[in-house]
Ligand binder design. Structure first.
Ligand SMILES: C[S@@+](CC[C@H](N)C(=O)[O-])C[C@H]1O[C@@H](n2cnc3c(N)ncnc32)[C@H](O)[C@@H]1O
Length: 254
């Protein structure tokens, strides 16, 4: 599968559309505020941000009191954008590096209180997802947590290809496993951004976590549009009312 090369190209080509210091993308409203709350308490924490993009989540976690955060991303342009922001408004303890999480990357065993992966696993195959979760497990302290979000596996089968968020399914819910579904997610200023989803079922995520070494039950949330979103911008959010948009997982290492 060409997913990773495509991913790098996609993000190198659209790093500018992602660069932000306040919510602009649909998922900055529908997912990231929830995930940031889920990460609490993080005061004094050491955080690893897998697939950090241009660093939005890592910066927000630092603003909330994390002691250090290190972000890794396959896209050089996204990391350039993250480093640029860091040079403009330096934050002690925040760093970024280019890296392909499919490859062997140096892992500091038991070093982190929290590993986050915000919309990363939808770019990885099942095997790569399991391996990356295993790396996350290894890098966590005992009692540390992995928090991640992915597109809701049901969404491509419930919603047609249109504004403001969709994935084009290739195959059915089960036969489409490990297939790459192209999609788009819009910014509030109506600029579309290309995204992808290597489809997995709900069962797949649980299985990957178990294979990676996690033994406790994950805390799982199905994220959706709320009435507050609709009040803010009806035209933008209303088409998504009542649909399952994202899945958020939180799981602790024993
Ligand atoms: C949807 S973006 C999310 C970025 C960031 N986590 C956020 O929430 O703003 C997904 C990111 O995963 C990165 N990515 C995908 N595959 C990767 C891989 N194999 N290794 C490292 N990063 C990867 C992409 O380059 C992209 O920046």
């Amino acid at each position: 599968m060409k997913t990773i090369d495509d991913t790098r190209q996609i993000y190198n080509a659209q790093a500018e559309q992602w660069t932000r210091d306040e919510p602009i993308l649909l998922s900055d409203y529908s997912a990231r505020p929830f995930l940031l709350e889920l990460c609490e308490p993080i005061s004094g924490s050491s955080i690893l941000d897998l697939g950090c993009g241009e660093g939005y989540v890592a910066r927000e976690l630092m603003k909330r009191g994390a002691k250090q955060a290190h972000g890794i991303d396959i896209s050089e342009k996204m990391i350039d954008a993250a480093n640029h922001q860091q040079s403009q408004f330096p934050r002690k303890g925040l760093s970024f590096a280019v890296g392909d999480l499919r490859q062997k990357i140096p892992i500091d065993k038991g070093a982190h209180d929290l590993v986050v992966a915000v919309f990363l696993f939808n770019y990885l195959t099942l095997e790569e997802t399991q391996q990356t979760m295993q790396n996350a497990f290894t890098s966590l302290k005992s009692g540390g947590r992995l928090i991640f979000a992915v597109p809701h596996p049901a969404l491509p089968f419930l919603k047609k290809d249109q504004f403001p968020f969709y994935f084009e399914s290739a195959g059915g819910y089960f036969s489409g496993r490990d297939q790459r579904f192209p999609g788009e997610i819009w910014r509030r200023d109506r600029v579309p951004v290309r995204v992808q989803c290597v489809h997995k079922t709900i069962e797949d995520y649980f299985h990957c976590l178990k294979q990676a070494g996690f033994r406790l039950l994950p805390d799982v949330h199905e994220l959706k549009i709320t009435n507050d979103h609709v009040e803010l911008d009806p035209e933008f959010f209303e088409p998504l009312l009542d649909l399952p948009l994202h899945l958020a997982f939180q799981i602790e290492k024993q």
